[in-house]
Design a protein around this ligand. Structure first.
Ligand SMILES: *[C@@H]1O[C@H](CO)[C@@H](O)[C@H](O)[C@H]1NC(C)=O
Ligand SMILES: *[C@@H]1O[C@H](CO)[C@@H](O)[C@H](O)[C@H]1NC(C)=O
Ligand SMILES: [Zn+2]
Length: 470
């Protein structure tokens, strides 16, 4: 009997075996043979199985004997000079996964070779934007829970605007690592990080330990200032430090991810990592410090022929809170979001909207669950997901620009960044599967051996990444 496409039809009279494709042929072939042949085949199969089993057992015996005499399990290395663990968290903004192969990056590769790397990169949270992601890294929370749902947004309760320069604590929910350390009586220092200037709880952004953002400070100065912390007496050295570089995000937006100026920016960032490693080596602490090198998100090339216009979708400008790649719409109260979404999807399906097939519009509650992008009033009721490389604009303009962008669905591979970690509790040359950056909070508190605040990372995650203590 042949297996046809209507396998799903449930015919009660059909014997179930007939549905197994391998059964139909082989059983009929066997049944044509004499019983003696079958017995012979059976005995020889049994014999060869026994031989194979015996061989496997003796190999296993030899292997375990060898393993017993050579310790193969890598354990955490003891601190040499430092009295207690120090974590240095470094962000290279917009360092897309794969940039490390664009050119020679000897310093980054030194960390990879003698440290632990997420083999296929670090997964950002949605939206894959700078402020939401940096703050997820230090709080372990998805943006809906830490409150920074976009680089800019409006609080619907008060009408207040959040911008990247807003430092009032009311915006910044959750407990960032510097606050956690401060709560535990440990010192933290921040050489720039979104949210670090915000005075929250026990963290008051102390003068010498908390730098107010100033993009004109050279990368060299930033590295040298971090190094100077290691010249302090051991009780004064912060247990947790941040360091931030705007590159290569800046070049990525302007020129796209595949431009010689990106390659130059990578070389420069790599040389800063080299400067840092040398400085730590001079101070005899390179092997003691836990360096966690990450980026907030990736980058993808965009061009003005990949555009979707809201004019085509009958959505007026005042309803829009953000265009691209995160389309966020809050219609006025006399336009129920559900009806707006239905109308937009009708237009998108009609074929009348240029590039309409590259935009999907949702009520935020109906977004894929994996995006965790609903549980905040700050998230507008209507969210559009734009396909990788496409942009949304209001009106047709004459300009023809090409550049780069990020903010897309965090499942898009080009949005991934890197996770490279080096230090006493990181295996040498170890590769681990990709994970979301909300896991980093628990990783840091584990290295520092302190309790953290509740967050969206998994409790067991650090065990899967860190070497056992003994
Ligand atoms: C920012 O840094 C530059 C370079 O170090 C410095 O000249 C300038 O005064 C700083 N600006 C502020 C507001 O501190
Ligand atoms: C994320 O963590 C916060 C704080 O613990 C919690 O309220 C929220 O339910 C968590 N969300 C998810 C999706 O795990
Ligand atoms: Zn950016």
């Amino acid at each position: 009997m042949a297996i046809t496409a209507n396998e799903e039809d449930d015919h009660p009279n059909t014997p179930t075996t007939a549905l197994l494709p391998f059964n139909t042929d082989s059983s009929s072939a066997l049944s044509n043979r004499k019983p003696a042949t079958i017995t012979l085949i059976f005995i020889s199969l049994l014999l060869s199985t026994c031989i194979a089993l015996a061989a496997a057992l003796s190999f296993a015996f030899l292997f375990f004997r060898a393993a017993a005499s050579i310790p193969t399990r890598e354990v955490a290395r003891p601190l040499g000079k430092l009295k207690s663990p120090v974590v240095l968290l470094i962000s290279m903004d917009g360092f897309r996964f794969g940039y490390q192969f664009k050119t020679e990056t000897p310093n980054i590769h030194r960390l990879i070779k003698s440290g632990t790397e997420a083999e296929l990169g670090l997964i950002p949270v949605f939206p894959s934007l700078t402020f939401p992601n940096h703050y997820s890294i230090v709080t372990g929370l998805y943006p809906a829970y830490h409150g920074i749902v976009n680089n800019f947004f409006i609080d619907p309760a008060t009408g207040d605007f959040f911008t990247m320069a807003s430092h009032e604590p009311k915006w910044w929910l959750g407990e960032p690592l510097w606050e956690t350390l401060s709560n535990r009586g440990l010192k933290a220092s921040t050489y720039f990080w979104p949210g670090s200037e915000v005075k929250k709880g026990s963290w008051d952004c102390p003068n010498e330990y908390c730098m107010i953002y100033n993009g004109s400070v050279t990368f060299e100065d930033r590295v040298d200032s971090v190094l100077r912390f290691f010249d302090l007496s051991s009780s004064e050295i912060p247990s947790f430090m941040t360091l931030y570089f705007e590159d290569p995000d800046h070049q990525g937006h302007k020129f796209g991810p595949d431009d010689p100026r990106i390659t130059e920016a990578i070389t420069r960032v790599d040389s800063m990592i080299g400067r840092l490693i040398s400085g730590l080596e001079e101070r005899g602490v390179f092997e003691d410090v836990s360096i966690i090198l990450v980026g907030d998100h990736g980058m993808v090339g965009t061009c003005d022929k990949k555009l979707i216009y809201l004019d085509d979708l009958e959505i007026p400008k005042p309803w829009i809170q953000s265009y691209s790649p995160l389309l966020a719409i809050r219609p006025p109260s006399d336009h129920p979001p559900k009806e707006v979404v239905a109308r937009m999807n009708e237009l998108l399906k009609s074929g009348s909207v240029v590039n309409g097939e590259y935009l999907r519009v949702y009520l935020k509650e109906e977004l894929p669950r994996r995006l965790h992008y609903a549980a905040s009033d700050r998230i507008p009721p209507i969210i559009g997901l734009v396909e990788e490389g496409f942009k949304v604009e209001q009106t047709r303009l004459k300009r023809q620009e090409c550049g780069g962008s990020h903010g897309y669905d965090n499942a898009v591979f080009s949005m991934r960044s890197v996770f490279i970690a080096h230090g006493p509790q990181f295996g040498r040359g170890r590769k681990v599967p990709s994970f979301e950056n909300v896991q980093i909070y628990n990783l840091v508190t584990s290295i520092l051996n302190i309790d953290g605040a509740p967050n969206n990372g998994t409790e067991s995650f650090p065990l899967s990444i860190l070497l056992p203590r003994h």
